[in-house]
Ligand binder design. Structure first.
Ligand code: ADP
Ligand code: MG
Ligand code: MG
Length: 246
C-alpha cells in the first residue's frame, strides 16, 4: 500500500534522508525508532508532502500511484493523515467547527451528521466534550493538544495514519487515548506508521515490524526484540548495517 523507494531528501540544502526504503501493506502497524536528528520527522513530513522537504532521489508510491510530487492536500484526500509533533493554534476557530469542516472535506459528511459523528467519537474515546467549544489549540495543555490530534485522526478514518512521536511529553492518560485510537484504527484496517523515540507506547500495541533509523538510513528492521535492545543499550546497540550489540 505504501512503498518508499530509495528515498533521498534534502532540507535547506542539507541531505537528511540517504536512501530509505520501506514497504508497508494494508492494515499493518509499523514502528520507526531512532535517535534525535536521525530524520524521523523528515520521513513523516516527506510522505505527507511538506513542501520544504525536497526529494532528490527515489520515490513514494501509495496504492501503486507515484505521489512523490503530489501536493499535501491531494495526499490528504487520498487518505494520508499526518499527526504533527507541534500542532498550530488558531484563534477564532472553534474545535467543533474545525472538525465539522474536516469531515466535510475528507469524507463529505454534512454539518448535522458531522455533529453526531464528532460527539460519538468523543464519547468512544472517553474525552471531555467541553474541548469542542474551545478555540483550536488555544491555551491547550500538551495532553489536550495530543488528545485533539488523536480525535482528528480518528474522525478522518485515514487509509494511512502517520504519527510523529505522539507519545513525547504526554501523561499516561493521554498515552492511553493515543493507544486506543491506534488500536481501533488498526483493527479497522488503517495502515499505521508510528514514529517514536521511546518504547513505552509499544507496551499497549503489537506492531508488525520495528525499523531503526540512524543518520538518515534504515539500519535495522525486526520485531519487538529490537525495542528491548534499544531500551537496554541505547541506539548505539544497533550498528550501521543492522548488526546488533548484545
Ligand atoms: P528527528 O525527527 O529524527 O529528530 P528530523 O527529521 O527532525 O529528525 O531532523 C533531521 C535533521 O534534519 C536534523 O539535523 C535537523 O536539524 C534537520 N532538519 C529537519 N528539518 C529541518 C528544517 N525545516 N530546517 C533545517 N533543518 C532541518
Ligand atoms: Mg526530534
Ligand atoms: Mg522528529
Amino acid at each position: 500500500m505504501l512503498k518508499v523507494e530509495n528515498l533521498h531528501v534534502r532540507v535547506m540544502g542539507k541531505n537528511i534522508l540517504k536512501g530509505v526504503s520501506l514497504e508497508l501493506s494494508e492494515g499493518e502497524l509499523h514502528v520507526v525508532m531512532g535517535p534525535n536528528g536521525s530524520g524521523k520527522s523528515t520521513l513523516a513530513l516527506t510522505i505527507a508532502g511538506h513542501p520544504r522537504y525536497e526529494v532528490v532521489e527515489g520515490r513514494i508510491l501509495f496504492e501503486e500511484e507515484d505521489i512523490t510530487k503530489m501536493k499535501p492536500e491531494e495526499r490528504a484526500k487520498k487518505g494520508i493523515f499526518l499527526s504533527f509533533q507541534h500542532p498550530v493554534e488558531v484563534e477564532g476557530v472553534k474545535v467543533l467547527q474545525f472538525l465539522q469542516r474536516m469531515l466535510k472535506n475528507l469524507r463529505g459528511v454534512d454539518e448535522v451528521e458531522a455533529y453526531e459523528v464528532i460527539f460519538n467519537a468523543v464519547r468512544e474515546l472517553g474525552l471531555d466534550s467541553s474541548i469542542l467549544s474551545r478555540e483550536l489549540n488555544v491555551g491547550f495543555s500538551g495532553g489536550e493538544r495530543k488528545k485533539l490530534e488523536m480525535l482528528q485522526a480518528y474522525l478522518a478514518r485515514p487509509k494511512l495514519l502517520i504519527l510523529d512521536e505522539p507519545d513525547s511529553g504526554v501523561d499516561v492518560d493521554s498515552l492511553k487515548v493515543i493507544a486506543k485510537v491506534i488500536d481501533r484504527l488498526h483493527n479497522e484496517g488503517t495502515l499505521i506508521l508510528l514514529i517514536t523515540h521511546y518504547g513505552r507506547i509499544l507496551e499497549y500495541l503489537n506492531p508488525k515490524m520495528v525499523h531503526v533509523l540512524k543518520e538518515g538510513k534504515l539500519v535495522a528492521s525486526g520485531g519487538l526484540e529490537l525495542v528491548k535492545l534499544i531500551e537496554e543499550k541505547g541506539f548505539a546497540a544497533v550498528g550501521e548495517n543492522g548488526e546488533t550489540v548484545k
